[in-house]
Design a protein around this ligand. Structure first.
Ligand code: UDP
Length: 530
């Protein structure tokens, strides 16, 4: 069927670094599809950050706008992108058959930047359909985040096709009377990008970060730059991180600073003189992905990082009053802490000194994606062009939490984990509500913790999985560059587990966790004991 399909142009518009990151796997996917002629338009919003990233990903920028901006005036940017995009789309017009240019079938924009919004408006003016990647995120508060919330709502009105990362995002679109028939739940392409990035070799230009990557000390990664927090908000974040760093002298804090001077005005005075805080220039994405994988905790107001960190079981403190990433809050992997100094300090210290609190956040599957979002987008384009079957959406299409809450089981499922007292489902309520894979994953990391002791597997069936064990196992597993291999012994362990013994094992784990919660944080020195 695909022998000689007509080739159509799909223009992707990219302005900022986060958009570039999340569009890399989409552009790679378009490049793989023979019926698509991809055309990459960079608006120049983050010119210096986007070009090297695309170069590393082997992506050629086909057109780049010349933005002559004097400051951070948003209206100037919007006007310039609309005008520039419109000119590029005009130059690509193939009404005249002698040009031999492929027909521009779609413009693809991502997320909520002013580049994406202005690009979508320009495409609309040219009557070119807009496909929106990362559609349906909403806070419903125009001012948080500003201008992103308005940008994505505007794109939502224009788009012909909405690629929503999650079921929640789809729900938001439906509430705005967008037909479900023009949507696909894909997972977030940022997770695809992260997998691509951590498979690349990481080069750190800053020697101090190389040392931190190798050190045994705990590592906290901090980023903060939101426009709506400029001034008092960012001052609060900086003061909270500073207070936590002074209190936790044996923990390293690394703060890649956004280039915007307004951001640096807040971060530098509060943090530059603290010995265990390293202020750096923004890291390139690939090393940053490796840094996230190594981190023990992330403190951020960034949108993308809230989705990325859970892929590495790293808890995230979100320095915003609102988040459009509600799935992570429900799953327990994100905690909203706002920008108040004391709240931020308290939560950083709590998570790094209380293993049970840490595990409650770290041990959740990533609700944002499985690394196949771009593939689904490619399949959907093929399907729309009558060149292939429809894609299978990400996730079940409903929210388990929402359904079970409506069914009256909310208090058992909210935390979504066996290893949490409040997430425990009593046996009489029926079988487990969690996916067997994630259960296996958790047991596997705990098993690795025990694999030094040379006992035969049958003796381990009812081994206690204590929070300390799981804590170490999680940290250890994250530091390995490859996922730990499933050992022969692990296979034996799983194959000898009956539902009864599995339940016993987990019951024991729960009791151990309750016990550890009562006993309080690990004493120093106990940290590395087997
Ligand atoms: N990021 C990066 N280097 C850094 C900080 C962030 O490559 O020093 C990446 C991060 O992994 C994520 C994206 O940039 O993919 C998020 O960008 P940002 O926080 O600027 O924006 P947001 O997601 O809030 O729009």
């Amino acid at each position: 069927m695909e022998s000689n399909p007509p080739v159509s142009r799909v223009v992707t518009i990219v302005g900022t670094r986060p958009e570039a990151i999340k569009m890399i796997p989409v552009i790679h996917e378009l490049q793989r599809r023979p019926f698509v002629a991809p055309f990459v338009l960079a608006t120049g919003q983050h010119r210096d950050l986007v070009a090297p990233l695309f170069a590393q990903a082997g992506i050629t920028i086909d057109a780049e706008l010349e933005l002559h901006r004097r400051g951070s005036d948003l209206s100037e940017l919007i006007i310039a992108v609309m005008e520039g995009t419109s000119q590029v789309l005009t130059s690509l017009k193939s009404d005249d058959p002698t040009t031999g240019l492929p027909f521009t079938a779609a413009v693809m924009v991502h997320g909520d930047t002013s580049s994406a919004m202005a690009g979508a408006v320009a495409a609309m003016a040219h009557q070119i359909p807009v496909m929106h990647v990362e559609a349906g995120l909403r806070t419903r508060d125009w001012w948080q985040p500003w201008p992103e919330e308005l940008n994505r709502q505007i794109i939502g009105r224009i788009a012909a096709m909405h690629y929503a990362p999650t079921t929640t995002n789809l729900g938001n679109l439906i509430r705005e009377a967008i037909s479900e028939k023009r949507t696909l739940i894909t997972g977030n392409t940022g997770i695809d990008a992260l997998m691509w990035a951590t498979a690349q070799p990481a080069v750190f230009e800053d020697e101090r970060i190389v040392e931190m990557m190798d050190a045994s000390r705990k590592l906290v990664v901090v980023t903060a730059h939101r426009r709506e927090s400029w001034g008092a908000g960012l001052d609060g974040v900086a003061a909270g991180v500073a207070a936590a760093a002074l209190e936790l002298g044996d923990v390293n804090f690394v703060v890649p600073m956004h280039p915007n001077p307004k951001v640096r005005e807040s971060l530098q005075p509060a943090l530059r003189d603290i010995p265990n805080v390293t202020l750096t220039e923004p890291l390139d994405y690939v090393p940053f992905a490796h840094l996230l994988k190594r981190a023990d905790l992330v403190v951020t107001d960034s949108g993308g990082i809230q989705e990325e960190a859970p892929s590495f079981d790293v808890p995230v403190l979100v320095c915003r009053e609102e988040t459009e990433r509600k799935e992570g809050v429900d799953a327990g992997t994100l905690l909203l802490v706002g920008t108040d100094r004391d709240v931020i300090r308290k939560n950083i210290v709590n998570l790094l000194t209380d293993p049970a609190a840490y595990l409650r956040m770290a041990d959740s599957p990533n609700p944002y994606g499985d690394g196949k979002a771009s593939l689904r987008i490619g399949q959907s384009l093929a399907h729309l062009a009558r060149l292939g079957p429809p894609p299978i959406p990400f996730g079940p299409g409903y929210s388990r939490t929402a359904v079970l809450e409506a069914a009256g089981y909310g208090r058992y499922v909210r935390a979504g984990s066996y290893l949490r007292p409040e997430g425990w489902l009593p046996p009489e309520q029926g079988e487990w509500f969690d996916e067997p894979e994630s259960l296996k994953d958790r047991l596997e990391v705990a098993y690795h913790r025990f694999s030094d002791a040379q006992e035969p597997p049958q003796h381990r069936r009812n081994t206690v999985i204590s929070p300390e064990d799981a804590w170490h196992a999680l940290r250890q597993a994250r530091r390995m560059s490859d996922p730990p291999p499933v050992s022969q012994m692990w296979h034996e362990l799983v194959s000898t587990l009956t539902p009864g013994s599995l339940r016993d094992t987990l019951e024991t784990a729960r009791a151990a966790m309750d016990d550890a919660t009562r006993r309080g944080p690990l004493a120093s020195g106990e940290d590395d004991a087997p």
